[in-house]
Every structure is written in structure tokens, then in C-alpha cells.
Write a protein that binds this ligand. Structure first.
Ligand code: C2O
Ligand code: CU
Ligand code: CU
Length: 474
């Protein structure tokens, strides 16, 4: 398989919303930003061709691979050059994704449209589809959410670089204000937040605004052990949720809406207005007095409600399947002797930092012995904003949320303060201001020799400005 990252103008039948995309030729046809379907255990061979005008590399977000195949930015592909990936897909079934990762240029290239979905399938996945009678493409639909500003350019202000780049419009699978004709049965939506920075609070509503509960069956680490009924789920940048919505009792002619609900985005304005040195950020930054204190001068502040998708009930049909009580068996990570590693997420000298540091290529402040288990305590300051923390190569088991803001604590489903989306495994975890999230990580991997990975905030403006640390697994 050959993936060509390039300007969308040169990519026929483009589905991308930006000016860039990934073209793949398969079975005599050309696809732009295709969903790649891989089987667990399969060998994946792909060649990346860089048709962009700047260096790039594609990262397989969520896949457990070695450093060379991780595409973490330590190897870059120059314009006109190519790079061969070759790895075995060892992950559980789930929704993963691919996006560029050249340090300092991840945000503009991803915003530009160089990304897509990777679906990994295994026996759990096949059993679930059979039990629910869902079919990918008709009753099981991936929803890739990205917010954009008018036009295709990426032109962040100084304030955007601190808060993250927010769009004014939401696109789903490249379409604005999308709708789907549905029947009175169960649907599965696999949702990826591909926004550079925006957190969403997803919920279903009737036209009259009545909540329509949904069943959460998976997150960014794949299927949960068992389903949870929810009325809302936060989805931060790079996170995924797998949800079932039961429209059996909907009337023909009704519409059910997917919304993002209003919430307090918890941006602590005090710290954010500090100026950022343009040289340190690596971007040209136009400034105006008005933009200095605002997260985004646009029309859709973070946390403002929007309707995202319409499900128009068109047809009555019989459907009598029930959701299995068990979806997947996931062994708990044994943490009895695990050392705890503390991380502080904060802002100083114009930059977001992890443990007061910013990223330096080739430097690995975190050193872990392969085969060991650690717990990481991710603490966000009160005077901060939410940060979506992501680790390459290894999954998190969320163990606890502590000192969560009231609005988050109110959603907890257990005495450890965890949210429904924290169960199972994850690769990205949102840490709210004032909150501490404890995760367990098993650093077992099969690759020979030392490997390096990245640990970073997935707010892409934060990541590009250095809210990232190298992790050596020796
Ligand atoms: Cu989507 Cu470094 O990751
Ligand atoms: Cu990643
Ligand atoms: Cu951040």
C-alpha cells in the first residue's frame, strides 16, 4: 500500500476539508484519507510518499509499534522522498488513526487534512457485530469530527497557540451539517475527535431537547469490558468513543440529534495572557490587542453547545437484538510493586510544560525499563486548562481521578472517580484543571533494543510548542 501525503488539489475526489490529504491506491481505485481496516496479528506494510512541500512523517496513533514504525518525528521524510513502514498489528480491536507528527508542524499538517482512521478487527469485534447485526458502512458508521475556520489556511494567533486552534464550524467526515437517514433499529457510531484542540461533550437529543440515552461500548483502547448506559461523554482531541444508539422506539419522521452540550471549558484566563516568544514557537504570529485575552475571537467558543449531526428516522423495521453484557476480557495491570512517576502540567515563561520542561528532540527525560509496570500521576494545576495527555506505544489503564472539578466528579461511575470513558484501556486521557489522573502502564514490548516514544498533550498547538517529552524504554 502506498500513502501519498500531498496537496488536496492533486488528489482526485477529495474528501478532505483542508487543503491537504492522503491518497491511497487500492484495487485499481484511488481513495483520499481512507479508513484502513486491519486484522489483529496482520503484517502491515505501507510506503509513505511525501508530496508536501515540507518534511512530514505519519504516526499510527494508538498502535503498539517500535520507534521506527511509530512515526514520532525522530525520523522525517523530506519532500519527494518515501519511507517504508513494516510492522505487525498487535492491538486489540478498536478505532485508531493516522496523522502527521513532524515536531512543530503537526498542527498545521493535521488541520490541513493529512489524517484518517485505522480500524483494527479481532474476534471480540466480529462477535459484537454478529450479536448486534451491524455492518460497517451502513449501520456502523465512523464519525470523524474536525472543527475548521472558513477558508483552508492555518493561521493561529498568539492566543490560539496558547489555548489551541478552535474552528467555527464542525465537519463530520468532511461534511458540514451532515444528516443520515436511519431506520428504527440500533446504530453503532465510532467517533474520533480530530479537532486540533477542541473538547466536545457528546449527547443525543430529540428535536424537543429530551436526552436520548446511548450505550458506551468502547473508547480509544477498543471495546470496554461491558457496556455502560450514558447520556453524555466528553471527547477530547484524539480520543475516540464507540457508542450504540437504539432508535427502535423512535417514530418515522422524527429526528434525533447528536449535540455537543454546553460546558465550562475551564480555561484559567489569568495564566494564558502571558506573551509567547514567537521564536520559541516556530510560527509567525500576527498580534492585535483584541485577540490577546480571548481563547478565540471566532463564533464558537470551546464549551458552547452545537448540533452536530441529524439522524432522520425514515423507515420502520423489526430489530430484536440485545446488547451483550460482556464485550471483551481485559486483564487488570498488576500494580502492586509499581513505582509512581509524578507529572505536573503547567504554564511558565510563555509555554505549556510537562514537569517544567519543553520538548527537545533526542532527549528522553523519562526512562523506563522494559517489561516493568509504572503508575503515572498526571497532575494539572488549578490555574491551567484541560490537557489531553497521550502516550505512544503503550496503553493506559485509568486507575483514579482525584480532586476533579465538581462538574467532572458528578459524572464519576465509581469510588475512584472514573468516568465511563475511563474504563478498559486508553491512549489519551483528558486532565482537567486542578485534577490528578492516575494511570497504570505496562511497558512490556517485543521489540529488540531500546525504543523511544513520545508523551505529550494532544492539543496540537501545545504539542507543537513543546508540551511533549521523549520516553526511552530500555
Ligand atoms: Cu496522535 Cu503523538 O500523537
Ligand atoms: Cu500517538
Ligand atoms: Cu495541552
Amino acid at each position: 500500500m502506498t500513502l501519498t501525503a500531498g496537496p488536496a488539489g492533486s488528489l482526485p475526489a477529495t474528501l478532505t476539508t483542508g487543503n491537504l490529504g492522503v491518497a491511497v491506491r487500492h484495487g485499481g481505485r484511488r481513495y483520499v484519507n481512507p479508513t484502513l481496516v486491519l486484522q489483529r496479528g496482520e503484517r502491515m506494510r505501507a510506503t509513505l510518499v511525501n508530496a508536501l512541500e515540507e518534511p512530514t512523517i505519519v504516526h499510527w496513533h494508538g498502535l503498539a509499534v517500535d520507534t521506527r514504525n511509530d512515526g514520532n518525528g525522530s525520523i522525517l521524510v523530506a519532500p519527494g522522498e518515501r519511507f517504508a513502514y513494516d510492522f505487525t498489528v498487535s492491538n486489540r480491536s478498536g478505532m485508531y488513526w493516522y496523522h502527521p507528527h513532524p515536531h512543530g508542524r503537526t498542527a498545521p499538517q493535521t488541520y490541513g487534512g493529512v489524517y484518517g482512521v485505522v480500524m483494527v478487527e479481532d474476534d471480540d469485534e466480529r462477535a459484537l457485530r454478529a450479536a448486534l447485526d451491524v455492518t460497517a458502512g451502513t449501520t456502523e458508521i465512523p464519525l470523524v469530527l474536525q472543527d475548521r475556520r472558513a477558508g483552508t489556511g492555518y493561521a493561529p494567533t498568539a492566543a490560539d497557540l496558547i489555548h489551541g486552534y478552535l474552528g467555527d464550524e464542525l465537519y463530520i467526515n468532511g461534511v458540514r451539517c451532515p444528516f443520515l437517514d436511519v431506520a428504527t433499529r440500533l446504530y453503532r457510531f465510532r467517533i474520533l475527535n480530530a479537532c486540533n484542540a477542541r473538547t466536545l461533550s457528546l449527547a443525543f437529543r430529540t428535536a424537543a431537547g429530551t436526552p436520548v440515552p446511548f450505550t458506551l461500548i468502547g473508547n480509544d483502547g477498543g471495546l470496554l469490558p461491558s457496556p455502560t448506559e450514558c447520556t453524555q461523554a466528553f471527547l477530547a482531541t484524539a480520543e475516540r468513543v464507540d457508542v450504540l444508539i437504539d432508535l427502535r422506539h423512535a417514530g418515522v419522521g422524527e429526528t434525533v440529534f447528536l449535540h455537543t452540550l454546553a460546558f465550562d471549558a475551564m480555561h484559567a484566563e489569568g495564566v494564558m495572557s502571558a506573551p509567547v516568544a514567537p521564536a520559541a514557537m516556530g510560527h509567525a504570529m500576527p498580534r492585535s490587542p483584541a485577540e490577546k485575552d480571548h481563547a478565540h475571537a471566532g463564533t464558537w467558543p470551546e464549551g458552547a453547545a452545537r448540533s452536530l449531526l441529524e439522524l432522520r428516522v425514515r423507515k420502520r423495521m423489526m430489530y430484536d437484538r440485545r446488547i451483550p453484557d460482556e464485550l471483551s476480557a481485559i486483564a487488570r495491570i498488576a500494580t502492586a510493586n509499581a513505582p509512581e512517576r509524578p507529572f505536573r502540567l503547567g504554564f511558565a515563561k510563555g509555554r505549556w510544560r510537562i514537569n517544567d520542561r519543553v520538548f527537545e528532540m533526542g532527549v528522553t527525560p523519562i526512562e523506563v525499563a522494559r517489561g516493568t509496570v509504572e503508575t503515572w500521576l498526571l497532575r494539572n494545576y488549578h490555574a491551567s486548562m484541560p490537557h489531553a495527555m497521550h502516550l505512544h506505544g503503550f496503553a493506559f489503564e485509568v486507575q483514579a481521578r482525584e480532586t476533579s472539578p465538581d462538574a467532572i466528579a458528578a459524572l464519576a461511575v465509581d469510588s475512584q472517580g472514573r468516568l465511563p470513558t475511563d474504563l478498559g484501556r486508553k491512549d489519551t486521557v483528558l486532565v482537567w484543571p486542578g485534577e490528578s489522573v492516575r494511570v497504570a502502564i505496562d511497558f512490556t514490548h517485543p521489540f529488540p533494543g531500546p525504543q523511544t516514544y513520545m508523551f505529550h498533550c494532544h492539543n496540537l498547538e501545545h504539542e507543537d510548542a513543546g508540551m511533549m517529552l521523549g520516553v526511552a524504554v530500555t
